[in-house]
Design a protein around this ligand. Structure first.
Ligand SMILES: [Zn+2]
Length: 89
């Protein structure tokens, strides 16, 4: 009888706690899918940059075709504009 009581009590507390866990999981899931979206965008951008590296276009300004300063590339390896055209974004 004691064993049965304990079992019932634990089943009850699980059903009380479960909605909180499920809720937490759902909000984590939302965060994860927005994180995934972000990563997907970055990946697409990376692929573009990699294509440009393949075609020796990496480090070139999209506006004037001049070299993007090393300082800018250090700060933002995906930068596609030189200091001159960066400020006009
Ligand atoms: Zn430029």
């Amino acid at each position: 009888m004691t064993y049965f009581d304990e079992k019932e009590a634990s089943a009850e507390s699980v059903s009380e706690v479960a909605p909180a866990i499920v809720g937490k999981f759902e909000s984590d899931n939302d965060k994860l899918s927005s994180l995934l979206n972000e990563l997907e965008k970055k990946l697409i951008h990376m692929e573009e940059v990699l294509t440009r590296i393949d075609t020796a276009g990496y480090g070139k300004c999209q506006e004037c075709d001049g070299d993007v300063e090393v300082e800018i590339l250090k700060a933002d390896p995906l930068a596609q504009r030189c200091s001159l055209h960066r400020s006009h974004n």
